[in-house]
Design a protein around this ligand. Sequence first.
Ligand code: TMP
Ligand code: ZN
Length: 416
Amino acid sequence: MRKNDVKDVKACRICKQKKLYKFLDLGKMPIPNGFLKKEDLKKFEEKFELSCFFCKYCGLIQLSKVVNPSLLFKNYVYIPSIAKVMMNNFSNLSHQIYKEQKLNASSLVVDIGSNDGSLLTFFKNYGTKVLGIDPAINLVKVARMKGIPSESKMFNVKNARLIKKKYGSANVITATNVIAHIDDLHQVFKGVSYLLAKNGAFVTEFPYLLDLVKKNEFDTIYHEHLSYFSLKPWRRLVDQYGFEIVSAQRLLVHGGSIRLIHKWKSNKKNPANKTVHYLISLEKNYNLYSKKTLSGFAKKVENLKYDLTTLLKTIKQEKRRVVGYGAAAKGNVLTNYFRITNKILDYIVDSTPYKQGLFTPGTHIPVVGENILHHDNPDYILILAWNFADEIMEKERAFRKNGGKFIIPIPEVKIL
Ligand code: TMP
Ligand code: ZN
């Protein structure tokens, strides 16, 4: 390991306080999207600590280490456009924002973490100007090929300045499933403050901590996700930069997320206060910010490990075959932590072309296309991309018709 590969988190990312309490330790893990080529299977795999801190002062949950983003995002294999659910969510988001913000052909929408341009394509189709910004060079190329102007850059104050100079202020800035990836949240907010027009809206979506804790979604905790947000600490952050949350909606995506719309604070009555207060009261009623709740969560993870590994052991003893479905990063967390290796899963089906032909980090399970499954008849499919379980079971209904069974691991082990 080189010196700059990983650094310790010494103070809370939002409030800078140093009273951090560790409540979950998943041990050392390979980088969750670090799929391997066949020729690399024998090589040494770097592993990094994966454990979570709770800030007693503001309530933010965060990883204890930050792995250098250049190791995590250089050749990023995650693309949301594979899943219908994600595309529907983007379609719905763009529709809502286009209407509510009264956008037109002269409006500029900037997407932070624009990936392959999936979200911006919807805005472009409404006729607005668009600009993507994403450090993953491979995906920026794909986005450009789709006609989405994109810059291969990190979003920070310096780059916000460059963008403003080149393209003007943004009427809308979107950031879906990316804020949790960013260590320096203050750079993001400074950048947004610089780039956002006076009447502009900053729209963000991220997985919601309340859902994560309530539904045992421990496998969504991985090196890429540095923070696990809830409204109480988030509101404190946005407030510091002169924004207010004008709308808070819960979403079903990624096991439960929230969509927040922020505007510059004004003296007008804020109609969203009610929803924001409501969510904060839900967090409080669940005792989300207590050591007891968080250690209880860690305990539930251990129970899940026992339940799933016992089931898989029985299946293997009965000489039945199991394969995985969805080579999601979260699947790599689950399989690595539970030690579900290539001795248990014959392969993992995934429709992402970039992942096929590769092997999962740590557990070395081959990733294959759907066609392999369709010419095979395993007894069980373990749905690792459980957030898309319905979509996957619908797509593979023939498997169940032929007597196959699905195993869904989260929130608790279910056989269908
Ligand atoms: P995610 O939960 O991190 O979005 O990853 C989901 C993975 O599941 C991603 O690699 C794509 C894969 N997937 C399929 O292979 N087929 C499908 O039908 C769906 C919905 C997802
Ligand atoms: Zn804090």
